[in-house]
Design a protein around this ligand. Structure first.
Ligand SMILES: NC(=O)c1ccc[n+]([C@@H]2O[C@H](COP(=O)([O-])OP(=O)(O)OC[C@H]3O[C@@H](n4cnc5c(N)ncnc54)[C@H](OP(=O)(O)O)[C@@H]3O)[C@@H](O)[C@H]2O)c1
Length: 277
C-alpha cells in the first residue's frame, strides 16, 4: 500500500494532527487532499450531502471529527462516512479517537461496522493543547485554571499521533488495528504547567477551580455545547480511568513515545510561549 493510487484525504487538514499528517505525507511524495469547511472541495461535518465530492478519487482517509468525537451526532456521521468510504472503495480509513470515552468507542464501532478497512488511533490528551489549543492563552497569561485535581494524565504528542497515522495510511500491517496512544509518563495538570514554567524561567500558576466556576468562566469564551463538553472531559473522563501509560506508539512505530519534556523544550525554543513583542 506504499504507492497510493489517489490522494490521501485529510479531514481537518489544517488541524493540530491533520496538518502534521499532511506535512509527513507530502515529505514522502504522497499526494494529499486536506479538507475542512474553508477548502475546495469543502468538507463540513454538518453537510453530509457534500461529502461524496471530497471523497471522489481518494484512496485513503485520515479522519478527525470536529469539535470532538464524543459530541452528539458524531457516531452517525462516522457511520455515514464509513459507508461512503466503503462504497467508493477506499483502502483505509484512519480515525482519530479519544481514550476512555464510551461515546468515542461507539464512533469507533460505527467505522468498524462499515466494512471499510480501518485503523483507529485512540489518543490521550494532546501536549499541543498547551501550545496550539485552548490552554495556550493561560500559559501566556501566567495562570491556568481548570477543574482538574490530582489525577495524572499521560499527555501524548501530536507529532507521534501523526507518525502513527501516516504509518497506518501507508503500511498494510496496520489494517484493522486499534492503537492506544499515550506519552511515556503521566503527570497532573499542575505538574505539566510547572514543567512549562521551569523551562521558560517564569512562574505559571496552576489553579484548581470547581466545575461550576469553570463553566461560568468559560461561558464568556465558548458556546454552551463546548462549555459542557469541556466540563465533561475534565470532571467525568479525567477520573483516573486514563492514567495508565499505554504503548501504542511503540507498537505501531517500533520506538518509544516522545516525553512531555521534549515537547516543552521544542516549543520554548520555537518561541511558542514568547511574551515579548
Ligand atoms: N485535543 C485533545 O487532547 C484530544 C485528545 C484525544 C482525541 N481528540 C480528538 O481529536 C479530534 C480533533 O483533532 P485535531 O485536534 O487534530 O483537530 P482540530 O485542531 O480540532 O481541527 C481544527 C480544524 O477543524 C476544522 N473544522 C472545524 N469545524 C469543522 C466542521 N464542521 N467540519 C469540518 N471541519 C471543521 C477547522 O477548519 P475550518 O475552520 O476551515 O473548517 C480546523 O482547521 C476531535 O475529534 C477530538 O475528539 C482530541
Amino acid at each position: 500500500m506504499t504507492k497510493t493510487k489517489g490522494p490521501v484525504l485529510i479531514i481537518g487538514g489544517a488541524g493540530k494532527t491533520g496538518r502534521r499528517v499532511d506535512a509527513l505525507l507530502r515529505q514522502r511524495g504522497i499526494a494529499t487532499r486536506p479538507v475542512s469547511r474553508s477548502t475546495t472541495p469543502a468538507f463540513d461535518w454538518n453537510r453530509p450531502k457534500d461529502w461524496a465530492a471530497a471523497l471522489e478519487g481518494v484512496s485513503q482517509a485520515y479522519v478527525t471529527y470536529h469539535p470532538d468525537i464524543t459530541v452528539e451526532g458524531a457516531v452517525e456521521a462516522i457511520a455515514e462516512l464509513g459507508r461512503l468510504a466503503r462504497q467508493k472503495g477506499l483502502e483505509r480509513v484512519v480515525l482519530l479517537s479519544g481514550r476512555g470515552e464510551p461515546a468515542a468507542e461507539r464512533a469507533e464501532q460505527a467505522l468498524q461496522a462499515s466494512g471499510v478497512p480501518w485503523t483507529i488511533v485512540r489518543a490521550s490528551w494532546f501536549n499541543q493543547n498547551f501550545s496550539e489549543g485552548y490552554l495556550v492563552d493561560g500559559v501566556l497569561a501566567g495562570e491556568i485554571a481548570l477543574p482538574a485535581g490530582a489525577v495524572p494524565e499521560p499527555f501524548v504528542d501530536a507529532d507521534d499521533i501523526a507518525e502513527v497515522a501516516v504509518a497506518a495510511l501507508t503500511e498494510e500491517r496496520h489494517a484493522n488495528r486499534l492503537y492506544e496512544l499515550t506519552g511515556p509518563r503521566a503527570l497532573t495538570f499542575a505538574e505539566a504547567v510547572a514543567e512549562i514554567g521551569a523551562e521558560l524561567g517564569r512562574p505559571i500558576r496552576y489553579v484548581q477551580m470547581t466545575a461550576d466556576d469553570f463553566v461560568i468562566s468559560m461561558r464568556a469564551y465558548a458556546p454552551e455545547d463546548i462549555v459542557q463538553l469541556l466540563r465533561e472531559l475534565f470532571t467525568v473522563v479525567l477520573d483516573g480511568r486514563n492514567t495508565r501509560v499505554m504503548h501504542g506508539v511503540e507498537e505501531a512505530l517500533g520506538r518509544p513515545a516522545r516525553d512531555f519534556s521534549e515537547f516543552v523544550r521544542k516549543s520554548a525554543v520555537a518561541g511558542t510561549w514568547s511574551t515579548s513583542p
